[in-house]
Design a protein around this ligand. Structure first.
Ligand SMILES: Nc1ncnc2c1ncn2[C@@H]1O[C@H](COP(=O)(O)OP(=O)(O)O)[C@@H](O)[C@H]1O
Ligand SMILES: [Mg+2]
Length: 383
């Protein structure tokens, strides 16, 4: 059946009504309100050197309050990654539609003997877009998404993380249909929370109650067999193909002023075999910095026409941009001599891109890929 994945519902679905806590619903609401009012609050740093280790009750509750606040930040998903923002990965998207989005959107299709997977694992090399894709899934699926990284679950406060895990699943039940996304699930294996996690997963599976657990890992072969078994559906996230790489270059450059043509983007795609999405993102960010470096090192500037930076429709002709000392219109000065809003940075060019590309090496190597291949053969899409 065709599912309409665009539109209002998808927009709404990302309003994550969640957030978890060590203490319960009211506090959660309170903190949610606080968070809304002060969106810039930073997660509370743990382990501040001048902080005595908690011994008595009041300090402990203070600590757990702080801890809770910081955890809250992780659970509330604020970005809005659209399905179409994810370049390539057609096969993985298709599998996720069937295994995660469809059961959440249309639970009635999964009754009787046709049951949802319960646990779905995304695995692949670092930087291939697993976390990014999971965020897009959350946007597309109707229902709540509770997103947590395993490192948050592995609290140093003994017992607290187990409580957190229980609350996470409890909240997911209250808000079902819902998706619990656990990033870096491999970290769970070594922790004491494994047992609690397995028990919760078992419950979810038995009850078939509209909760899906989506996990992601870059090192699937280190997964504990018991945990692996809970993620019966396993989806490989490969390195991006040429065409997806071109699209990423183009999208990541976005609205930055540039002179790249379609064929430049195609060339960049061709030249980056073996690079991950994260590698490409680094190259583009580096290339976008180049014009600023030119500004800082320039000794000569000239006047140019251009639009005012915060009012694109207004064109003025008293902007300054770096130029060569040989330029007939040049004036010797540095960027410090120019009024802030009169500085126009040079555009990003293909040569900036190629220069940054030549410095960047792919982070994923052949051996890594071999390991994924082996894992695929052994445990790929079993279930
Ligand atoms: N397929 C993709 N489409 C668009 N951007 C991607 C893609 N894969 C990776 N990226 C970019 O790389 C960054 C890192 O990806 P991430 O999801 O954190 O990787 P992983 O979780 O697999 O290690 C993302 O924030 C995104 O900007
Ligand atoms: Mg990740």
């Amino acid at each position: 059946m065709a599912i309409n994945l665009q539109g209002d519902k998808a927009e709404q679905s990302f309003r994550v009504r969640c957030a978890e806590c060590l203490d319960g619903g009211e506090k959660m609401e309170e903190c949610l309100k606080k968070k809304e009012m002060a969106p810039t609050t930073k997660p509370v740093k743990q382990n501040q050197p001048d902080e005595p280790t908690k011994e008595n009750d009041s300090e402990e509750s203070d600590d757990s309050e702080k801890k809770f606040q910081s955890q809250l930040q992780m659970f509330i998903v604020t970005e809005n990654v659209k399905w179409s923002d994810v370049a390539g990965l057609g096969g993985a998207k298709e599998a996720l539609r069937e295994a995660v989005i469809l059961p959440i959107k249309s639970p009635h299709l999964f009754t009787g003997r046709r049951t949802p997977w319960g646990g779905v694992l995304l695995f692949g090399a670092p930087g291939t877009g697993k976390t990014y894709l999971a965020r897009a899934v959350a946007t597309e699926a109707r229902g709540s998404t509770f997103s947590v990284s395993s490192s948050d679950l592995m609290s140093k406060w003994l017992g607290a993380s187990r409580k957190l895990m229980m609350n996470l699943f409890r909240l997911a039940r209250e808000h079902k249909p819902s998706i619990i996304f656990i990033d870096d699930i491999d970290l769970l294996c070594g922790s004491g929370d494994k047992a609690e996690f397995l028990a919760q997963m078992q419950d979810v599976r038995n009850a078939n109650e509209g909760i899906l657990v989506l996990g992601a890992t870059s090192i699937p072969w280190t997964l504990d067999p018991a945990i692996r078994k809970r993620f019966a559906k396993r989806i490989y996230i490969p390195l991006p193909e040429e065409c997806a790489r071109s699209i990423m270059f183009k999208r990541m450059l976005g609205s930055a002023r540039n002179t790249l043509t379609e064929s430049d983007f195609a060339t960049l795609g061709q030249k980056t075999e073996g690079y991950s999405g994260a590698d490409i993102s680094c190259i583009v960010r580096d290339a976008m910095m180049q014009p600023l470096r030119m500004v800082q090192s320039a000794t000569h500037f000239k006047r140019v026409r251009g639009s005012v930076w915060n009012m694109p429709s207004q064109v003025v002709d008293d902007l300054w941009t770096p130029c060569s000392p040989e330029d007939p219109d040049c004036v010797e000065m540095t960027w410090m001599d120019i009024q802030d809003d009169k500085l126009q940075e040079p555009v990003v060019s293909m040569s900036h891109m190629l220069m940054c590309l030549s410095k960047a090496k792919p982070t994923v190597n052949e051996q890594d890929l071999e390991q994924f291949k082996k894992f695929m053969e052994d445990f790929g899409q079993e279930g």
